[in-house]
Ligand binder design. Structure first.
Ligand SMILES: *Cc1c(COP(=O)(O)O)cnc(C)c1O
Length: 230
């Protein structure tokens, strides 16, 4: 597994996807998803120019971020239990996966204690799969109106984890829907809510996500290889 080679191939594919739809590649950030992979893998990616990493499990992240000596930036992308939010202020630049008011309240409370404002995305469940986290699209506006009142939290956009479909073209409608939702939310002009980021697209479908407007693509396997069990 040559992480540098993989990263360079992905950067080329990101640039190609941007060229196809007339987007500036500077508007698409690559989040290298390093969950289950060791600190050495993060260091190797950093040596190849990668500075932004995504993690999904709080304990694993805390150990790993201590081990990584390089000045990298971390995003939290996994399901977050409210009682673990207190472990993250000052350590993650963006949380992609806020999907309920109780979690948003706890994040705001914990970041406020540190005199910080938490940048978050709202995870939307577009597939209607009961097993997945994410707020239903129908509940999104209500949640955002409640979150807009929280003092130490800023909503920067939306994230989705669509159902796994082998053909990326079949995932396109989900990406398209997330972009439309973001436009509808922006029209509400809620305080503390600005739809700047669309976090969508993973190893097998990021090119399509970019064509539909992704500003953050979360890529793990295509950079670091298959994940072992956890
Ligand atoms: C693991 C994970 C990814 C990366 O998926 P790959 O298919 O390995 O690229 C992206 N987003 C989330 C939320 C994840 O949990």
């Amino acid at each position: 597994m040559d992480i540098a080679v993989n990263l360079s191939r992905i950067r080329t594919e990101i640039a190609a996807a941007c060229a196809r739809c007339g987007r500036d590649p500077a508007g698409v950030r690559l989040v290298a998803v390093s969950k289950t992979h060791p600190a050495e893998a993060v260091m190797a990616a950093h040596a190849a120019g990668q500075e932004l990493f995504g993690e999904s499990y709080v304990q694993e992240f805390l150990v790993k971020s201590d081990e990584v000596a390089a000045p990298v930036q971390w995003h939290f992308i996994g399901h977050l239990q409210s009682n673990k939010a207190r472990l993250l202020p000052g350590k993650v630049a963006l949380i992609h996966s806020v999907d309920r008011l109780s979690l948003a309240e706890e994040i705001s409370r914990q970041w406020q204690k540190h005199g910080l404002t938490a940048d978050v995305l709202i995870e939307v469940n577009l597939g209607g799969e009961a097993s997945k986290s994410g707020v239903d699209a129908a509940e999104l506006e209500t949640l955002l109106r409640q979150m807009a009142a929280l003092p130490s939290l800023a909503v920067r956009g939306l994230m989705t984890l669509p159902p796994y479909l082998a053909d990326p073209e079949e995932v396109r409608p989900y990406f398209c829907r997330l972009r439309e939702l973001a436009r509808e939310v922006d029209a509400l002009a809620l305080p503390g809510v600005a739809m700047r980021e669309l976090s969508m697209g993973m190893s097998h479908d990021f090119a399509v996500a970019i064509e539909e407007g992704a500003t953050l693509v979360r890529i793990g396997t295509a950079i670091f290889g298959e994940r072992g069990g956890r």
